[in-house]
Design a protein around this ligand. Structure first.
Ligand code: PLP
Length: 437
């Protein structure tokens, strides 16, 4: 039989024709833990962290480091792993902060984002010792100044700017443009005014600038272009205000492989190109090379994840469509419903069978848009009880899960070196009514 290749090196097929993930039999894992089930390949998560951490240490100035973007997947075990791997984190809510704090994460390495931090968020984050606020707007700076003054402290901040870069990716995940709801635009002069008013505050220390140009970046030179715009701005600020920023945070966004047609990205190679480009821009501007931060989320956890379901009803509508319905859906993975996101789907126990049946893999929710994927090749005899696997679900699945239709959220099981363990337990029916009076 010819060698089959899969999306990621942690996917394979064993002698029984079962799909394997991180070297473990997914049909057995489904039997042991039940479905729907999120699997997380811990070795892959750690490997991705090391690719970033090593590259940042080798290629960028001292003080540079990758920050894991918690919104991709946030639960305590992930934060413990990030702590052990020496990562910083970016957090966007009191809930993410609370999760990281209770996992024992050193919050001095946390960067607090969000375009609308409430006064309560600000107080909670300061109580928890969050190292940096990534301030989005002038109102936030005033609120931070007031709270820091009340406490008699000085709060470190980065300012979120929009460099006006269009990453040529999906509209919905495109945030670096001038008309974004995030940050202050360089082009309109608002970024400069934002900087000037921040520098006037007594209880705020401006450490540098942040931008985030989008998601699913593959080949484009968007980081190089964004860095060039940001560095030019930083040089202008130095010339006009005598303030030299020491940090440039370029946000997240490297792409991952959801389907075979997606490319392979060599992150270290990309970072090498970026570092050379930044060095050259700094030389041209006579600007001292700042510490570089990046906030990878998806590229740390996406291909470390897989979701297992059990097939229920199979409905064939002659001349139209075939539906394979699974015991989860938009409640555990809303990304097809939201963005039409692509995924690779398998019948995990029938990996050596031909796949002549084109199917829509649908969920169990009362919503016709509740689809996991269209045009999925399935074995002719796919049916009730078969395990259905969806690859590359480590990012923006568990973290976007809901209880729509009062469906309990699946557990997260970590896989490491042949062992498996529960990191997040399955929600129970009692959990669902726990808040009801
Ligand atoms: C979403 C986001 C990230 C992470 O993006 P990925 O595509 O998951 O790498 C990083 N920084 C900011 C500000 C974000 O909004």
């Amino acid at each position: 039989m010819e060698e089959r290749t899969f999306l990621c090196e942690n996917i394979g097929v064993n002698g029984e024709g079962h799909l394997t993930f991180a070297g473990q039999d997914t049909v057995q894992l489904a039997a042991r833990y039940g479905t729907p089930l999120y699997l997380m390949d811990e070795d892959r998560v750690r490997d991705r962290c090391r690719v970033y951490a090593d590259a940042f240490r080798d290629l960028f100035p001292a003080g540079s480091r990758p920050l894991y973007a918690s919104k991709a997947s946030a639960f305590r075990e992930i934060f413990r792993i990030m702590a052990e791997e020496g990562m910083g984190i970016d957090v966007v809510s009191a809930g993410e902060i609370h999760t990281a704090v209770t996992a024992g994460f050193d919050m001095s390495r946390a960067f607090f984002h969000s375009n609308n931090k409430t006064d309560e968020d600000i107080r909670y984050a300061m109580d928890c010792g969050v190292g940096f606020f990534v301030a989005d707007n002038e109102e936030e700076i005033l609120a931070l100044e007031a709270e820091a003054a009340r406490r008699g402290t000085v709060q470190k901040v980065l300012l979120r700017l929009t460099p006006g870069i269009d990453p040529h990716t999906y509209e919905a995940v495109d945030t670096g443009r001038v008309d974004s709801k995030f940050g202050a635009a360089i082009e309109t002069g608002q970024a400069e005014a934002f900087t000037a008013m921040t520098l006037r505050q007594e209880h705020i220390r401006l450490e540098g600038f942040h931008c985030h140009v989008g998601s699913m970046v593959f080949w484009e030179d968007v980081y190089e272009r964004a860095a060039a715009v940001m560095l030019r701005f930083m040089a202008d600020v130095r010339d006009r205000y005598g303030y030299t920023a020491g940090i440039l945070d370029l946000g997240g966004g490297y792409g991952v492989r959801y389907v075979d047609a997606d490319g392979h990205l060599d992150i270290r190679e990309k970072l090498k190109e970026l570092s050379a480009s930044i060095r050259e821009t700094c030389r041209q501007l006579s600007f001292p090379a700042p510490a570089i931060l990046m906030e990878p989320g998806r590229s740390i956890v996406a291909d470390a994840g897989m979701t297992l379901y059990t097939c229920g009803t199979v409905k064939k509508i002659p001349g139209y469509k075939n539906y394979v319905s699974v015991d989860g859906g938009m409640t555990d993975n809303p990304r097809f419903a939201l963005y039409g996101s692509k995924y690779t789907v398998y019948a995990a126990g029938k990996m050596n069978e031909d796949t002549p049946l084109r199917c829509t893999v649908a969920g169990r929710c009362c919503e016709s848009g509740d689809v996991i994927q269209e045009n999925v090749p399935m074995p002719a005899d796919v049916g009730r009880g078969d395990i259905i696997a969806v690859c590359t679900t480590g990012a923006y699945n568990y973290s976007m899960a809901s209880n729509y239709n009062r469906i309990p959220r699946p557990p997260v099981v970590m896989l490491r070196q042949g062992e498996s363990r529960i990191a997040v337990r399955r929600e129970t029916l009692e959990d669902l009514t726990a808040l009801d009076v």
